[in-house]
Design a protein around this ligand. Structure first.
Ligand code: ADP
Length: 828
């Protein structure tokens, strides 16, 4: 099809793609490119880009113009649109046929004014880093008046718009002004390259103050609580980092420096790098390590200032703040010359780094509704954060944000520079962590030996938080014998017992009475955790503690730690050792308390059904937005984040209600109530599974019946595994009739492999199991062995499996009658 036809036929789609963000940026960048190519003349540009007119009207005007200009202009236009739109936004548009090369031709331009046009796109980018200096040069040389400057710097303009305004003004002033600005840009580029900044005394002082505060905040791991502060240097163990996008040549291991570095960049224009990983995979710790290395001048040397933020803490900021206030009040206060220091930050965005830990914990889900571009404008902190991540605010400042993967939707993804996945410890990482945790080599060797003997536990240790718990409880572990932990719930129960008995060793009760002895503490903390989850609350004030009867003695148990707060203006606040610990206590409360709503379990297992109903917060409702908000597309990503915590809690509830633990509750609550809760959970799991099976489409004739797992399927499997009751697994699997089970891109690591193998072994007929693009690894391979007899084929491409892992699979495969095929790609 001709390009002209493509423009005409796709008018609505192109219009939507260029306007849907509400920002004029895409249109302006397309115009820059068309001007550069000489496809538009200056007057045409001015007729399209009418200030104050609706964006849609401007884009329509451009569509009309390029269409009337003919085939060549349409080709350039489509090529420009393709380059400017993020991949996802341009996905629905056909660009085929547009093969124009929009790179500048390198022809020498006869005048500076012409250069301003032909290099407009790159000049806009360059000017953003030095706009104030360029204006000063233009004023000094008499080309600009102060009202020209004011017009350029109007706070409603984004930095790129300011750059364009400047170029437009310069053009109207003639050749000499154009020469002046080009000269300035060239000069400032070369001085930037030589890294010549003259730092004032006050700036250097501030830099020192900030880095010593960052160092103090990051040198200890807080999860070791009040009992023992573990220096990060002593315990930090390399975790596995991978690029989310499939870069064949970069599939090897990434270093910490690569998080901020150029490797794997998918969108050069974006500033935000996302580090994603499951709860407990070590996101905060990796960030903490980066902070520490920066503060010591070892890493991230190109950044003069690093501002670390915790989204959990930002939740408690009720005031509206400007970016300046956010930086100085939440990170580090300059003792003098605040304005000068902030101006330096504005003038040198590429020398500044912001980090935001735990985006999933922010109460408000990501939204691009409210635009703020001016760094001195006050706005609610979440709005500032969203504008920073999108690059509307502080363009050019690199931002690193961590989150659980579910909490980052397409709305934010389109603003990402790249995404790095955190995949927990490798087998050698587990080894290394245990050795660091236990200085005594004989103890470390014993712990490692017991892990090797219990492959389910070894699989769990792939997750750093579980590896820490297991190492922390080594005495219980080594003394466990037969009752050695198998499930995540077992591991958390082990640490519960460890902490409770650690605090009162003299009274320590033998046998199963330990829970009964501490039931009050467990219920108080459980209520706090439960109500916190319902209101997305992870930091608790004294009043919150009082409401749930949490006493000083309860705090001393070590499950709650003092919340670090760099601004230190607040009174004491507490948080759970880790968010998964909060989920565990919430689950204990649901299981042990008689005070929860009768429908709590039902709601917990079907969080998606909670949309649109308004119930009290202690039934997990505070976190779920009302249906009308949903319709407007607001808060969608926060629902997903909350669902993830509810799912973790539901997994623990399943585990706690397992037959294996019922004797533990025997003295603590009436067994009739407990039986009822068990029946409720079993019913929910069976219903959940049934829903998935119902969604399996009938196969096309001659093809195999295939199920592509929907989100939630792996979670249900994990819940069934936690219950450790083969009858439930058998019942669930007896209804699954497929030839092919597809679980690609499902975040399946070793922990999930253990659960899958446990449940799938009860399938009635052999299946093809497709696990491509997960993080099974060699540890996960071991976990899969028990279900190989029910697999006729196994797909494990892009799973970080080595020769040794494949050797084990093949050795097992040849013993299984049904097993026919294995597909894999070895990791280097
Ligand atoms: P996330 O932020 O992904 O939820 P955290 O960084 O809070 O996970 O990790 C949970 C716990 O796991 C930490 O408190 C620490 O004990 C342990 N941990 C995580 N990553 C590492 C690491 N790289 N080295 C040593 N311990 C780690």
């Amino acid at each position: 099809m001709f390009n002209r036809d493509l423009v005409l036929k796709q008018r609505a789609e192109i219009l939507h793609a260029l306007c849907s963000s509400g920002s004029t940026e895409h249109l302006e960048r397309v115009l820059d490119k068309l001007l550069s190519q000489g496809e538009l003349i200056w007057e045409e540009y001015q007729n399209i880009q009418v200030q104050g007119r609706a964006l849609y009207t401007n884009v329509r005007q451009l569509l009309d113009l390029v269409y009337t200009k003919g085939e060549d202009t349409c080709e350039f236009f489509l090529a420009a649109v393709k380059q400017v739109l993020p991949e996802a936004q341009g996905a629905g548009i056909t660009f085929s046929g547009c093969c124009s090369n929009l790179e500048k031709t390198g022809e020498s331009q006869s005048t500076s004014s012409q250069t301003l046009l032909t290099q407009r796109a790159s000049l806009v980018t360059k000017l953003q880093a030095c706009i104030d200096g360029a204006l000063e040069a233009l004023v000094e040389s008499g080309h600009f008046t102060s009202s020209d400057c004011d017009d350029v710097l109007l706070p409603i303009h984004t930095p790129s718009q300011q750059a364009r305004r400047l170029l437009d003004h310069v053009r109207s002033k003639g050749e000499s002004a154009a020469k002046c600005v080009l000269h300035y840009i060239q000069e400032s580029e070369s001085s930037l390259n030589q890294e010549k900044w003259t730092l004032s005394k006050e700036f250097s002082k501030y830099q020192k103050k900030l880095s010593s505060s960052v160092s103090a905040q990051s040198c200890f791991l807080s999860s070791y609580g009040r009992t023992s502060h573990m220096p990060l240097d002593e315990i930090y163990t390399e975790a596995q980092l991978e690029l989310a996008n499939d870069f064949a040549d970069l599939s090897g291991a990434l270093d910490l420096d690569d998080i901020v570095g150029a490797a794997g960049t998918v969108n050069d224009e974006a500033d935000t790098v996302l580090v994603s990983g499951e709860a407990g995979s070590g996101k905060s710790t990796v960030l903490q390590r980066l902070h520490l290395l920066w503060a010591r001048g070892v890493s991230l040397k190109g950044f003069l200032l690093l501002f670390p933020f915790s989204c959990r803490r930002l939740n408690s900021e009720q005031r509206e703040l400007s970016v300046q206030e956010l930086l100085f009040q939440h990170c580090c206060w300059p003792d003098k010359e605040q304005e000068e220091i902030f101006q330096f930050i504005l003038d040198h965005p590429h020398l500044i780094l912001f980090s935001f830990d735990g985006l999933d914990e922010l109460k408000q889900g990501f939204s691009d509704e409210h635009m703020v571009c001016c760094p001195t404008q006050r706005a609610p902190v979440n709005i500032l954060l969203f504008n920073l991540l999108q690059g509307f605010l502080m363009k050019g400042v690199r931002k690193v944000v961590t989150s659980r993967p579910e909490a980052v939707g397409p709305m934010l993804k389109k603003h990402l520079r790249k995404e790095v996945l955190l995949k927990g410890f490798s087998p050698s990482g587990i080894d290394c962590f245990v050795k660091k945790h236990h200085r005594d080599p004989t103890v470390a060797a014993k712990v490692l030996e017991s892990l090797q003997m219990n492959t389910a536990l070894l699989g769990l240790c792939h997750s750093p938080v579980l590896c820490w718990i297991v190492s922390q409880c080594h005495k219980e572990l080594l003394g466990c014998g037969e009752g050695s932990p198998q499930t995540i719930t077992d591991v958390y129960l082990m640490i519960l017992q460890h902490f409770l008995q650690h605090q009162s060793p003299l009274k320590s009760t033998m046998g199963l009475g330990w829970l009964q002895e501490h039931i009050k503490v467990v219920l108080h903390l459980g209520q706090l955790a439960f109500e916190g989850l319902g209101t997305s609350c992870y930091i608790f004030t004294d009043t919150d503690l009082e409401t749930c009867y949490v006493t000083e003695k309860d705090i001393c148990m070590g499950f709650l730690i003092l919340s670090k707060d760099m601004s230190s203006t607040h009174s004491k606040r507490y948080e759970f050792l880790h968010v998964t610990m909060q989920c565990f206590f919430a689950a204990l409360f649901i299981v042990l308390s008689n005070n929860t709503d009768r429908s709590t379990i039902h709601k917990l297992f079907e969080p998606q059904n909670m949309k649109g109903t308004r119930l009290s917060s202690n039934c997990f409702m505070g976190c779920i937005p009302s249906s009308d908000q949903q319709e407007q597309g607001l808060e969608g990503e926060s629902v997903i984040a909350e669902t993830s915590n509810l799912q973790i809690t539901a997994t623990f509830v399943s585990g706690l209600l397992s037959q294996r633990h019922r004797s533990l509750w025997f003295h603590c609550c009436p067994s009739a109530g407990m039986e009822k809760k068990v029946r409720q959970v079993v019913k929910c799991l069976s219903k959940g599974m049934h829903k998935h099976f119902k969604s399996i489409p009938q196969p096309v004739q001659g093809e195999k019946k295939s199920m592509h797992a929907m989100p939630g399927f792996v979670w249900l499997i994990k819940c069934i595994y936690e219950m450790q009751e083969c009858k439930i697994a058998k019942d669930a699997m007896s209804k699954l009739e497929v030839d092919h089970l597809k679980l690609t891109y499902c975040n399946i690591g070793p922990v999930e492999c253990t659960a899958l193998a446990y449940v799938l072994q009860y399938l009635r007929n052999p299946v093809g199991l497709q696990l491509d693009y997960n993080s099974v690894g060699d540890v996960g391979v071991e976990q899969l062995l028990p279900c190989m007899h029910i697999c006729n084929s196994l797909y494990l491409r892009n799973n970080n499996i080595t020769d040794e892992g494949i050797r084990k699979l093949i050795a097992k495969g040849i013993q299984c009658d049904n097993f026919q095929k294995i597909a894999y790609v070895l990791s280097r």
